[in-house]
Design a protein around this ligand. Structure first.
Ligand code: TK8
Length: 337
């Protein structure tokens, strides 16, 4: 009996030693560190292309020490829910429109002043410059670390009632806006009847006629198929929407210095790639929408566009008490350039 017991003890000791030896053998891979990324666009959208590029770069440079899992198409929620999840560390990274983040980081309301950028070059000179740095400081103070500004595009109005050429044509139109008080103020000043609504409900609301129109870049009017349920698109270009690419601050702080540098490098590569992809995509999207027999694209003369300018003053006035005066000053300085 005693012999059997001793024999069993020696066998189990050998088994335990074998297990530990196998677990720490140099050739055995440690399980990868999983990074969850969320965004609200379809996988066909340039926002997804940016994250795919980030994934490729980080997995390659870390020799698969990190595994990036991308959740597109509002699988993890709308912008607001993604921002909240990233802030709480439930997911590690996300992109969202600053307009949908401004209730978390009020200084971002500054980007919701209509007709305040000349073109995309002007936008990114400012976002990659003094204004962007000041906004990143505000965002980073709320539990995020900004890894880059990506591109959504200039936003245009679409609707089902009539071709809109001047502000007067907006009278009585129920236009979906993002859930952002400065957008509401601006569209009211332009004469519309704005209705805040989460992004994921817009297509059905347009299809059912509970709203008459919405406003988004050509890219999204295509990838979200809004053009299929909209008769008119007016190329207002009233606001430029970037995307904020961000990581949970705690997660980033706990990375080694080398890994922080690697994340920043991969983010810079992804941002440059995403902006280029977005430029190409938006032109293709515009051509596809123009070619669609069910959609009429309306372009504006400078005089017609000027009729919408009441929105700018109303939106700027509404920033007082919402946005840090220093950021308003940087923004206004840039307006005259
Ligand atoms: C999705 C949204 C979308 C925005 C909106 O990421 O809500 O209309 O334009 O891009 O952020």
């Amino acid at each position: 009996m005693l012999t059997t017991l001793r024999a069993l003890q020696s066998v189990s000791l050998v088994l335990v030693m074998t297990f530990f030896a196998a677990s720490y053998a140099p050739g055995v891979e440690a399980a990868p560190l999983v990074i969850k990324v969320g965004h609200a666009l379809p996988a066909s959208d340039p926002a997804h292309m940016g994250w795919t590029k980030f994934k490729q770069e980080l997995e390659k440079r870390s020799n698969n020490r990190y595994l990036v899992e991308i959740f597109p198409n509002q699988e993890l929620g709308s912008d607001r829910e993604l921002v909240e999840a990233c802030q709480m560390g439930e997911i590690q990274m996300a992109t969202a429109s600053p307009s949908n983040m401004a209730t978390f980081v009020n200084d971002l309301f500054i980007l919701d002043v209509p007709f305040s950028f000349n073109d995309r070059k002007d936008v990114f000179e400012k976002l990659d410059g003094e204004l962007g740095k000041a906004l990143e400081k505000s965002i980073n103070s709320k539990g995020f670390f900004v890894l880059g500004w990506w591109e959504n595009g200039f936003r245009h109005l679409s609707n089902n009632k009539r071709p809109v050429k001047v502000a007067e044509d907006l009278k009585g139109l129920k236009i979906r806006t993002m859930e952002n008080p400065v957008h509401l103020t601006a569209w009211k000043a332009m004469g519309a009847n704005p209705t805040p609504m989460v992004f994921g409900e817009v297509f059905t609301a347009l299809q059912q006629g509970t709203i008459d129109g919405q406003e988004n870049p050509y890219t999204i009017i295509l990838t979200m198929r809004f053009y299929e349920v909209q008769k008119y698109v007016t190329e207002t270009g009233h606001i430029f929407s970037p995307y904020v690419a961000m990581i949970n601050e705690e997660y980033y702080k706990n990375l080694s210095t080398e890994d922080q540098a690697m994340f920043r490098e991969c983010s810079a590569i992804a941002a440059a790639f995403q902006r280029e992809a977005a430029i190409k995509f938006v032109d293709e999207a515009k051509q596809k929408i123009i070619a669609d027999p069910g959609t009429q694209v309306v372009t504006l003369t400078p005089q017609e566009r000027a009729s919408f300018s009441a929105a700018t003053k109303a939106a700027l006035d509404s920033l007082n008490g919402r946005v840090n005066p220093e950021i308003i000053a940087i923004f206004k300085k840039g307006l005259n350039q």
